[in-house]
Design a protein around this ligand. Structure first.
Ligand SMILES: Cc1cc2nc3c(=O)[nH]c(=O)nc-3n(C[C@H](O)[C@H](O)[C@H](O)COP(=O)(O)OP(=O)(O)OC[C@H]3O[C@@H](n4cnc5c(N)ncnc54)[C@H](O)[C@@H]3O)c2cc1C
Length: 406
């Protein structure tokens, strides 16, 4: 059986795994290996997201981790396609006071230059938003924006590879043994050739997996960056994980007469979000009754017509005539308090995790990777304190309070 030896092994090469690997190697870790079933990430959340980036969170730890990440994205903006054109967020009357007060009192948003707008100012600012009777107010956060998540992942990997990180493709880890001392052993399958989408989906949606060639990985430390598969992966080493995979759908549509290209993200009071996407508009909505599970089916026009279009028409007469083009479904990895999980896995020596970013893994991947790499290499958080995001917080009854979730 082929055996791979590595000081640190990261399972999952999405934005989180690639960021963790980049930071580990930048801090001097000599032997870092990242394994993934599909390095292209055909069904990974990192390839299926909306690319929104914001520090506009009401919990200080979420604002901090996003702020640090955004500052980095701005420093490499051309390489990662970062368009710092702001987030415009509209709130219902009943939510406005609580939401605006939470943002104003967040110490980590002091320099965010957030503007607080009355409903009358909404139409003055964006003339196509002409139906505002239900609004209590809106915020505009100019430092937020949109990026290209594929370019960001490529950037992390390139930097990691330059420092010696190895990325191993077509590997699915199915069993992990974490002994009291000595190396951790990962048992995996490796496929000799690239699989087609149906074969990939089989493995990613079913519990049982049989691959072609057995591979064993011996490693000093292990990092679970398996995204929406985090609970499944935790279970294969006997650990618990409280996160769930939940489908999220986005639609691409055409709207003649509204040009959103000068702008960033809009979040409607209904929960529908939308932003310019090439010549079209991308709109998404998190259906509240979506069951847990590995479901990648996009419902198409019926989804758009039931959830996205009506909410948009309630906001703008210009949105009366929209043409559905296409869309897709990906997975959110949802933790019970809807914030990411970053830290050491309690009860498992030298095992760490960074997952469950519930719709914010792109925007927080830089900061999360930095923080976790410090914890792994120095046993402490240096640049930013992510201890509030420890997976142990749920058992300890210390959830991260966050309500600005879409
Ligand atoms: C529709 C949608 C819209 C979103 N919009 C935004 C947004 O606007 N802004 C934002 O910041 N975030 C957004 N997100 C969330 C964001 O995409 C995710 O939080 C982020 O991509 C998670 O990255 P990850 O690396 O943790 O997981 P992934 O990118 O899913 O990577 C996990 C990888 O682990 C691999 N893997 C899993 N188990 C194993 C195993 N046992 N062996 C080998 N490999 C394994 C998988 O193949 C996969 O490639 C959105 C998500 C969706 C679905």
């Amino acid at each position: 059986m082929r055996t791979i030896q590595s000081d640190i092994t990261v399972v999952g090469a999405g934005l989180l795994g690639s960021s963790v690997a980049m930071h580990l190697s930048a801090s001097g870790a000599k032997s870092v290996t990242v394994v993934d079933l599909d390095l292209e990430g055909t069904f990974s959340s990192s390839e299926l997201n909306a690319g929104g980036v914001r520090a506009t969170w009401n919990n200080p730890v979420n604002a901090r981790i996003s702020r640090m990440s955004i500052d980095y994205y701005a420093s490499v903006r051309d390489e990662v396609g970062f368009r710092q054109k702001g987030y415009f967020w509209m709130f219902k009357k009943e939510d406005w006071e609580r939401a605006s007060n939470a943002l104003k009192s967040n110490p980590n948003l002091k320099d965010a230059r957030i503007e607080y707008l009355a409903p009358a100012d909404v139409t003055k600012r964006f003339d196509f938003l002409d139906k505002t009777d239900d609004l209590g107010g809106a915020t505009f956060s100019p430092l937020d924006g949109l990026l290209n998540a594929n370019l960001l992942k490529t950037h992390y990997r390139k930097r990691g590879r330059e420092k010696g990180v190895g990325f191993v493709n077509r590997v699915w880890v199915h069993h992990v043994d974490v002994p009291a001392s000595g190396p951790i052993t990962l048992d995996a399958w490796q496929w000799p050739e690239q699989m087609d989408q149906d074969e990939l989906k089989q493995i990613l949606t079913n519990k049982e997996t049989r691959g072609a060639d057995p591979v064993r990985i011996k490693t000093g430390a292990l990092v679970n960056c398996s995204g929406a598969w985090a609970r499944r992966f935790a279970n294969c080493m006997g650990a618990e994980c409280v996160s769930q995979a939940v489908r999220r759908q986005v639609s691409l549509f055409e709207c003649k007469g509204v040009d959103l290209t000068p702008y960033g993200m809009f979040v409607d009071a209904s929960g529908v979000y939308f932003h310019p996407e090439a010549n079209y508009i991308l709109g998404g909505y998190a259906t509240v009754d979506e069951p847990e599970g590995y479901n990648f089916e996009y419902e198409g026009e019926p989804f758009f017509e039931k959830y996205v279009w009506p909410a948009l028409y309630e906001r703008s007469t210009k949105f009366e005539n929209l043409k559905h083009i296409t869309g897709w479904a990906g997975l959110y990895e949802v933790s019970p308090d809807h914030s990411g999980i970053v830290g050491a896995v309690k009860g498992f020596r030298n095992v760490y995790e960074a997952h469950s970013f519930s719709g914010r893994g792109a925007m927080q991947s830089f900061g999360a990777g930095l923080g976790l790499s410090e914890l792994i290499l120095k046993s402490r958080f240096d640049s930013l304190d992510l201890s509030a995001l420890s997976g142990a917080r749920f058992a300890e009854g210390k959830p991260v309070g966050e309500s600005l979730v879409i």
